[in-house]
Design a protein around this ligand. Structure first.
Ligand code: PMT
Length: 421
C-alpha cells in the first residue's frame, strides 16, 4: 500500500483527461484508462491524430465508456447543430495526464499551439489543476536540445514532466525513452491530486468582484467617469481563481486581460453593473466591491452630441444605486460583503462609517495619491478593517500582493463568522 496521503480515495469521482499522442507506448493506454475507471474516476480521452495510428478509438471509447475527443471541430450531426467542446472539456477536468507525450506535442504545448483537442484541453484546464506529462520516445530524441528546451518550458509553466524510464525500446535498442507502466502513472497522478487537494477555504466558493470605473453618459460622445484602471479588482479575481474559487468579475470599461479561470462580464454604466451584480446576490458566497462606481449619472443623457454654443451647461445628476449596500442589506448570514473605501486623506473614520452604513463584513481602506496607492498605479497600501473594529495596516504591496492579503483576511473573517460551506 502506498503511503501518500489520500492516495486510496483521491481518484473517486475525479474528472481525468488522458491525452494520448502518437508513440508506440500508446498501446498501454487502454490499461491506464481501465485502472483509472476501477478507482472511480471519470475518464475522457483526447487522442491526437498520431495517437490514433497506435491505439484504436474504439478500444479507448469502450474502456472509458465515453466518446473519444480528437478534433476541436466536431463531425456535424444530422441537424448540423453539434458544437465544439474545446473549452468545456478542459474546464471539466480535475487533471490532465499526457501519456505518451511525443516530441511533436511537447513542442506544440510549449509554444501554446492549439490545433486539436489535446492541445486545447491543455490551454483551457482551470488554474491549479495538475498536468502530468510522460514523454516517451527514442532516447536520442529525448535528449535532443529542442525536446529538452520544450520540457524545461513546460516545467517552468507548472507541468509535472516525468523522465522516461530506461529499458528495452521499440527500436530494439536499450536506453532511456520508455513510458512508465500504467500503474506507475496512476500512482503519480494520485500523488499530484493529493498535493493539489483544496487547501484554501475559498476553494469552489462563488466569489463575485466588481472592478474598474463606470461611465455615465452625458450625450452620445461624452461621459462622466473616474481614474480607476481595474487593476485592484482584477488582481483579486486572479488571486481568488488561483485559490480555486469560482470567480465572476463584473468589469467596467478597462484595458486588462481576463485572469485565467475567471468569468468576466463587461459593463459600462453603474446601472449596468448593478443589473449584472444583482443576478448573483442570492447565489454568491462572497461579494467584493472593488469598483469605483460613479455615484451620480446624468438624469437624461442627450441622444446625439450636445452643441457647444451656450456659455453654460446645466447637467442634472441623479444618484446611482449603491451596488454593494444593496447586496449586503439583503444577504444571508452565510454570505460575506467586502468593500473598499477610497479617500484622499488617511482617515480611518470615514472607512469605518462606510463599513457600518453598508453593513459590511470587511472594508479595505486605501488613499489615492497617484504615486503608490489607489487609482491606476500597480501598488496599493491597504488598511483592512473588520466589523468588530480591528484594523490591520498593510505595507506598500503590489496589487497582486495586496489581493492575496485581502483574501487571507476574508478567509479569517469567514472562519470567525463560523460560516460552513
Ligand atoms: O482600479 P484601480 O485603478 O486599481 O484602483 C483601485 C481602486 C482605488 C478603485 C479600489 O482600490 C477602490 O478603492 N475601490 C472603491 C472605490 C470607491 O468608489 O470607493 P467608495 O468609497 O466610493 O465606495 C465604497 C464601496 O462601495 C466600494 O466597495 C464601492 O465598490 C462600493 N460602491 C460604491 C458606490 C456604488 N454606487 N456602488 C458600490 O458598490
Amino acid at each position: 500500500m502506498q503511503s501518500t496521503r489520500g492516495v486510496l480515495i483521491v481518484l473517486k469521482g475525479k474528472n481525468i483527461i488522458v491525452g494520448i499522442c502518437g508513440g508506440i507506448a500508446a498501446y498501454k493506454t487502454p490499461q491506464l484508462v481501465r485502472l483509472l475507471k476501477k478507482e472511480g474516476a471519470n475518464v475522457r480521452i483526447a487522442l491526437t491524430e498520431g495517437g490514433s495510428r497506435f491505439v484504436s478509438e474504439l478500444s479507448l471509447a469502450t474502456v472509458s465508456e465515453e466518446a473519444v475527443y480528437r478534433s476541436i471541430f466536431p463531425p456535424t450531426n444530422k441537424e448540423g447543430t453539434d458544437f465544439t467542446h474545446h473549452i468545456s472539456l478542459g474546464e471539466w477536468a480535475d487533471a490532465l495526464v499526457i501519456a505518451p507525450a511525443t516530441a511533436n506535442t511537447l513542442a506544440k504545448l510549449s509554444a501554446g499551439l492549439c490545433d486539436d483537442m489535446l492541445t486545447a484541453c491543455f490551454i483551457t484546464l482551470r488554474p491549479g489543476k495538475p498536468i502530468l506529462v510522460f514523454p516517451a520516445m527514442d532516447g536520442g530524441m529525448f535528449l535532443s536540445p529542442s525536446v529538452q528546451r520544450n520540457i524545461a518550458t513546460l516545467s517552468a509553466g507548472g507541468c509535472q514532466v516525468f523522465n522516461p524510464e530506461s529499458g528495452e525500446l521499440a527500436s530494439g535498442q536499450c536506453g532511456t525513452g520508455r513510458m512508465p507502466e500504467p500503474d506507475t502513472i496512476l500512482l503519480r497522478l494520485k500523488e499530484a491530486l493529493g498535493r493539489s487537494a483544496p487547501s484554501s477555504p475559498l476553494h469552489e466558493l462563488s466569489v463575485v468582484i466588481t472592478a474598474g470605473p463606470t461611465r455615465e453618459k452625458i450625450d452620445g460622445v461624452r461621459f462622466i467617469s473616474n481614474f480607476s484602471s481595474g487593476k485592484m479588482g482584477f488582481a483579486i479575481a486572479r488571486a481568488a481563481a488561483k485559490r480555486g474559487a469560482r470567480v465572476t468579475l463584473i468589469a467596467g470599461p478597462v484595458n486588462l486581460e481576463t485572469p485565467p479561470g475567471v468569468e468576466r462580464i463587461n459593463v459600462e454604466s453603474a446601472m449596468e453593473m448593478y443589473g449584472a451584480a444583482e443576478s448573483f446576490f442570492g447565489s454568491c458566497d462572497i461579494f467584493i466591491g472593488a469598483a469605483a462606481v460613479a455615484d451620480y449619472r446624468p438624469l437624461s443623457p442627450y441622444e446625439g452630441k450636445i452643441k457647444k454654443n451656450a456659455e453654460e451647461l446645466q447637467l442634472t445628476l441623479v444618484k446611482n444605486p449603491d451596488i454593494l449596500a444593496a447586496f449586503s442589506l439583503q444577504k444571508s448570514p452565510r454570505q460575506l460583503a467586502i468593500g473598499f473605501a477610497l479617500e484622499k486623506e488617511h482617515d480611518l473614520e470615514h472607512a469605518r462609517k462606510k463599513l457600518e452604513s453598508k453593513a459590511l463584513d470587511l472594508i479595505a481602506f486605501n488613499v489615492f495619491d497617484h504615486k503608490t496607492s489607489g487609482f491606476e498605479v500597480d501598488t496599493n497600501i491597504l488598511t483592512l478593517i473588520e466589523r468588530e473594529g480591528q484594523a490591520t495596516e498593510l505595507p506598500l504591496l503590489s496589487k497582486d500582493g495586496a489581493a492575496e492579503k485581502l483574501l487571507d483576511a476574508i478567509e479569517t473573517v469567514r472562519l470567525k463568522t463560523g460560516i460552513k460551506t
